[in-house]
Write a protein that binds this ligand. Structure first.
Ligand SMILES: [Zn+2]
Length: 460
């Protein structure tokens, strides 16, 4: 048995159902699960590991609900800096097609270290290209090294240019191979138990890169094994036009036609939705991964975040792929969500009552999306808040930084109103992975060198 005692935190943000914020707070955990939480003087007096966090704010570890780790190799590429989604993809597909298994591994490590330093303790990733023998296993191996929880999505593309899809035929795969590999991954790795460090998700890439058949078959397989489903949806007007032309439906209607709605489904982006489609999400229990930075970067649009929240839809945050963000800073994404939501005008026919969702989203709501919101989107009941029975996934940030000077009257809001910071401590399942701002599990300097080398080789 290993136990952990955190004490004397300036303020401990629980994100529990009552949203308690505890001054001079702390928690005690055993074997990765929280036993006690409260004022420091109410907790057990000692443990195997004791950490005094006087002067720090403590939060539940943040949850990232959408990413493409491999894209860290192609950040800020000049040819793709100033393009909308379809042109951006067409520029990058041939470059990504040169990746090797070691590139998938290194890029996944880089993205997860960056995420971890920004406060993330659980990440979902969507890998949908498997060139030159790459496998989802390469990313899973990287996740074990970094030490955060991973929801690894087995992405896929089966609709190449010759069949009317967007990607070149060279990067798509046969449906038979995709389904066989999906089954192998679920049977090898998926752990649905409380405290799970690794789950598998089935994730055909988007309406314009997979067939309706593959969507249906993936949904059947996912439901047979009880794993979740994820895809990109309603991201751009181009995609909406594609769906209307090719399938005769708007994106959400197309999802309904291929059995892709339900509690086990979450969509990235979902910008182009109308009132009826929001009702479908609410009624069926679909979740949304909101990715504000990527949506701005690719000039895609602004998702109706307040409407989703008012309708009680599960919403989490995603930094999205590192070639369209071009960073993996999850706390910064919470700040983007806060700021961008203030610019979105309402949806026709949707009345937003201010008592449900205030006209201007609050800092605490943004942090809620990044924690319990993300957990609900991934279908996790054991993370997203700090309370007895839940996982000891927590982060701590020192408050006497220049960034927070003059903001200490409300340290919680300061986390997103002031410039986003890296965390000083991070624990995943009671295990310390960041200490004094330094990654304990990975040699970061060496990783940067290897990563830059891999990126250079890919672009030559
Ligand atoms: Zn994406």
């Amino acid at each position: 048995m290993s136990s952990l005692l955190i004490k004397n935190a300036e303020i401990l943000v629980t994100m529990d159902d009552n949203r308690r914020e505890i001054r001079n707070g702390g928690l005690y955990s055993e074997n990765g699960f929280i036993h006690n939480i409260g004022k420091s003087n109410e907790l057990p007096e000692t443990a195997d590991e004791v950490l005094d966090l006087s002067g720090y704010i403590v939060l539940p570890g943040l949850v990232n609900t959408h990413h493409h780790f491999y894209q860290t190799l192609t950040r800020a590429l000049p040819a793709a800096q100033n393009a909308n989604l379809f042109n951006w993809l067409k520029t990058l597909y041939p470059i990504w097609a040169r990746m090797k298994p070691e590139d998938v591994f290194i890029s996944a490590e880089t993205a997860m270290v960056e995420l971890a330093l920004s406060g993330c303790t659980t990440a979902s990733d969507h890998l949908y290209l498997f060139p030159n023998g790459s496998r989802l296993d390469d990313e899973i191996a990287a996740g074990k090294e970094v030490g955060i929880r991973l929801h690894a999505s087995r992405g896929s593309m089966s609709l190449g240019e010759s069949k009317g899809g967007l990607p070149p035929d060279s990067v798509v795969d046969s449906e038979e191979n995709i389904l066989r590999d999906s089954q192998r991954l679920i049977e090898t790795y998926h752990d649905p138990n409380p405290g799970s460090m690794l789950q598998i998700v089935l994730a055909p890439c988007s309406p314009f890169s997979v067939t309706g058949d593959l969507m249906r078959e993936s949904a059947k397989m996912a439901r047979h094994y009880g794993v979740h489903l994820h895809t990109h949806l309603a991201e751009t007007e181009d995609e909406q036009e594609f769906c209307l032309q090719k399938f005769g439906y708007r994106p959400v209607g197309y999802m309904q036609s291929v059995d892709w709605v339900g509690n086990d489904v979450w969509f990235a982006h979902s910008i182009y939705v109308n009132k009826n489609e929001i009702d479908v999400y609410a009624h069926e229990g679909c979740g949304v991964a909101h990715c504000p930075s990527s949506n701005m970067r690719l000039a895609s649009g602004i998702a109706p975040l307040r409407e989703y929240m008012a309708a009680g839809i599960k919403v989490g945050l995603g930094v999205d792929g590192s070639a369209s963000n071009d960073g993996s800073h999850l706390l910064a994404e919470a700040r983007q969500a806060l700021l961008l939501s203030r610019l979105r005008s309402g949806i026709e026919g949707f009345s937003l009552s201010a008592d449900k969702v205030p006209p201007l989203m609050t800092g605490r709501q943004a942090l809620e999306l990044a924690t319990r919101g993300g957990a609900s989107v991934l279908g996790r009941k054991d993370i997203g808040s700090l309370e007895p029975g839940k996982c000891a996934d927590l982060i701590a940030i020192k408050l006497d930084k220049l960034t927070y000077a003059g903001a200490l009257h409300d340290p919680v809001a300061a986390l997103v109103f002031c410039a986003p910071q890296n965390v000083d401590y991070s624990f995943v399942h009671g295990r310390m992975i960041i200490k004094n701002g330094q990654m304990l599990t990975i040699d970061t300097d060496r990783l940067i060198e290897k990563h830059n080398h891999a990126s250079l080789r890919l672009l030559q």
